[in-house]
Write a protein that binds this ligand. Structure first.
Ligand code: GLC
Length: 590
């Protein structure tokens, strides 16, 4: 049991239920790390072309050190035609000129390490770009040749092969197959692409593909990276014979309104098709685990796998496979005390079972920012982008809840992921002009899904400069909303109560109290009958309380307030008052 529990307020009695003991394994850094996602094209631009780059990141590393993160994960900066913002890789061993050079990468890595910040890079093994040399060779070669066999080429159906080989659809909308034209000009075979047609899927049954990616891992490990975030880690192996499936797949699948938070963390959503979560993927991760184990320094693999329930996801982080997996069940849970409690329980239980740390995440480059999701009519629901004419989030309420959600998350034991800009409380850009959109989702869905550009807008560093200081020329690859002026870093830094300072203090306290390797015991009865409006737990000696409202909650007077997501009203006695949509961290007075 935790060593210290909060005293009961006079009018109620509390009970505690331990669901996770302090971690015995604390030596590996990734078990408790706070990892900050950098989306390179939108973080900071040094060259002035309006697109963020590696020198831009290097120049801003001190911001991250001051914020107090343990590591960064960089979305792809490799050579790419950028049809899916770099998740379409043409050369896995080089930096795209948009972002700089390999020397720029090395410099960034050295400086990050000097500041005690570890660096994780993105690996995109499910598909390459159509501009990868292998795909060029495949197009030039004959059907059935070894050059074609690195991808998934099939003959079409129907008398003249004019129908796609099966019924699969792309995650971005439209068919998952594209027919090629043979070198002699005649219609040829079809190739599979679970994403955009410029992202052909590799055939992971081909040993050459496996060897190549082990070498890519070594290339970056030799340069000194601390780990890899593995893109679409549940998609690389497809069911034998590619059987027809007429379901649809969607990114980060999870909560469908009101269905979130069942006992096992499952939302009953899609992504059950024969292209996802096949048994064969695990063998790949076992071999990669061995590669990483040859290197010193606890290098790690992080799975991006839209797999449910959580017990199924935990299979990716068994002791001889990957080290972490993104907890999208948490991300997609609605703003609801009971639902959040059940997903936290399911997460800890599933990961404890395999001895892996649980991760927590609220935002990334594929979803509407949580400051906006939590201001929607169904708070926490996940539209695929928001644009003009769509229901707009309540910005103030969304931010208030986002800060509460973040303090709840950072109070939990395990590793936490932050997405660039959330430390500023950035909202989604919900009125971006449709003709500026660059996410292939927008046109592949025939303009029914706005997609992900709204969470990818270049960061505001200073309120008074053109482009809010993102680039020396003021140019930005997507336009920024006017509201970014009030979110800029320079107006928040040193301002008590700003979102940035709330994050910074939270990270400092999280480290000071070793919450990342800590425990979790639910505290009920604060006050009695509040299980649908209050979430309270103890991690080591820290009591974390989130009030989902609508009323104000009064905590016992013998608590010392450590941190709060908002300014708190003052009580006449010494009690801590927690208004709606607020999280506080407190501990027993010594
Ligand atoms: C992952 C990435 C996403 C990308 C997709 C295809 O889900 O996070 O941004 O579009 O993979 O590579």
């Amino acid at each position: 049991m935790p060593s210290a529990l909060p005293a009961s307020p006079a009018d109620t009695s509390t009970t505690t239920t331990l669901v996770h003991a302090p971690s015995a394994r604390t030596s590996e850094w990734w078990r408790s790390a706070v990892i900050y996602q950098i989306y390179p094209r939108s973080f900071a631009d040094a060259s002035g072309d309006g697109i963020g780059d590696l020198p831009g990141i290097t120049g801003r590393l001190k911001h991250l050190a001051r914020l107090g993160v343990d590591a960064v994960w960089l979305s792809p900066f490799y050579r790419s035609p950028q049809h899916d913002a770099g998740y379409d890789v043409a050369d896995y061993r080089d930096v795209d000129p948009l972002f700089g050079t390999l020397d720029d990468f090395d410099e960034m890595l050295t400086k990050a390490h000097a500041l005690d910040i570890r660096v994780i890079v993105d690996l995109v093994p499910n598909h390459t770009s159509t501009e990868h040399v292998w795909f060029g060779q495949a197009l030039a070669a004959a059907a059935g040749s070894p050059d074609r066999a690195r991808y998934i080429f099939r003959d079409g159906k129907g008398p003249d092969g004019a129908e796609p080989p099966n019924t699969w659809t792309s995650v971005f909308g439209g068919p998952a197959w594209t027919r090629i034209t043979d070198p002699d000009g005649s219609p040829g075979q079809w190739y599979l692409h679970l994403f955009d047609e410029t992202q052909p899927d590799l055939d992971w049954d081909n040993p050459e593909v496996r060897t190549e990616f082990e070498q890519v891992l070594r290339f970056w490990l030799d340069r000194g990276v601390d780990g890899f975030r593995v893109d679409v880690a549940h998609g690389m192996v497809k069911a034998e014979g590619l059987p027809d499936w007429t379901g649809t797949s969607s990114m980060i699948d999870g909560a469908h309104e009101g269905t979130s938070g069942s006992e096992d963390g499952s939302t009953g959503a899609g992504n059950q098709g024969p292209m996802w979560d096949q048994e064969g993927v695990h063998e790949i991760y076992r071999s990669w685990h061995q590669v990483l184990a040859e290197y010193d320094g606890d290098r790690c693999l992080v799975a991006e796998a839209w797999v449910e329930p959580l017990s199924r996801l935990a299979r990716y982080v068994r002791p001889d496979e990957m080290h972490q997996a993104f907890n999208f069940s948490f991300l997609t849970t609605l703003w609801d005390a009971r639902a959040l409690r059940s997903v936290v329980n399911a997460s800890l239980e599933a990961n404890d079972e395999v001895g892996a740390p649980t991760t927590w995440v609220l935002s990334n480059h594929d979803v509407v920012r949580h400051a906006s999701r939590l201001g929607l009519e169904v708070p926490g629901s996940k539209p695929n982008g928001i644009g003009e004419g769509d229901p707009q989030p309540d910005e103030e309420l969304g931010l208030r809840r986002a800060r509460a959600a973040t303090l709840l998350m950072l109070g939990l034991p395990g590793s936490a992921y932050l997405y660039q800009g959330e430390e500023l409380g950035l909202p989604e850009h919900t009125s971006l002009a449709d003709d500026e959109r660059q996410d292939p989702t927008w046109w592949r869905s025939e303009h029914t899904e706005r997609g992900r550009d709204g969470c990818r807008v270049p960061l505001p560093w200073s309120a008074e400069e053109p482009g809010y200081g993102f680039s020396p020329t003021g140019s930005t690859w997507l336009s920024q909303p006017d509201s970014f002026a009030r979110y800029a870093l320079d107006v928040q830094r040193g301002t008590p109560g700003s979102t940035y300072e709330v994050y910074r203090s939270a990270l400092r306290l999280r480290r000071e109290f070793s919450l990342g390797t800590g425990s979790l015991a639910w505290v009920d009865g604060l006050p009695a009958d509040a299980e649908s409006t209050v979430l309270a737990f103890v991690n080591r000696e820290v009591l974390v309380v989130t009030n989902f409202g609508p009323g104000t909650l009064r905590l016992p007077a013998d608590l010392e307030l450590l941190h709060a997501s908002q300014d708190l009203p003052l009580a006449e006695d010494d009690a801590v008052l927690v208004p709606a949509d607020t999280t506080v961290w407190a501990r027993l007075r010594a």
